[in-house]
Write a protein that binds this ligand. Sequence first.
Ligand SMILES: [Fe+2]
Length: 287
Amino acid sequence: MPFITDDPNMLDDWLVVGPSTTLAGSSDAQPRTTRLLGETLHVWSDAAGAPQCRLGTQTLAIQSRYGYLWVCPSGKPTRPLFDVPEYGGPGRRMVDCGSIGVAVSGLRVIENFLDMAHFPFVHAGFLGKVPHTEVAKYQVQVDPATQEIWATDCRFWQPRASAAHDSGAEVTYKYRVMQPLTAMLYKSSHRAGELDAIALFLQPLDDEHVIAHTLLACYDDTSTDAELIAFQQTIFGQDKPILENHAFKRMPLEGRAETPTRGDTTSVTYRRWLRERGMRFGVREAA
Ligand SMILES: [Fe+2]
């Protein structure tokens, strides 16, 4: 196996390698290139429109789902790709909010995505505002059927919760972690009883670099695509320098390496969940 890791959590799962639209106009003779786990892959659409992937002379398993390409490096996935039932749902807008490189372990990017406590400080005026810093108690559990982490009943006061919100409100959140490097959040939408969905799919370039792909599945009849994308990129642009300034690019999983802060029940569960699956990729070894 030529990849830079032997961690089965990476090799035997489906990893995102970019938006499916990158295959437009490609062919076996004119493939696109993308990076995964330290290697350069060639990807293209065959004559029947099916995605194909090659590493050197070796053919890799690839599929197109949710507007993105997913590759299984070992060719032996231990499970199917997770389900996104919201994708293409009636009345939902699907917006690819772009791809941003982040120079840090993807585990840190996911952990940050799950954390509400930083909203009033990092996303002041957007996702939070001092003095509304309270993270109310919420529920976290691992679904026994799918092994996915779910954080539910999360609530947070937000001054401008989305591109279309221009006044403050308490917003309801749910979080879901499908794989070590993929997660979704669900939050109050314009449509009564329905939640907008935002998916974060991380493409691991190596232990300390990812490309973050963000997909929006929202109810919004007023904002333009450009406005929705600009909002998501603004938020991500606020997180990026903080993520990249971690003293250690890789994430420690052992207990006291970094003292847990308030409101981080999800983070504690995420790190335990990673430990239990023997995660090594992107992990900082104990000193
Ligand atoms: Fe953030």
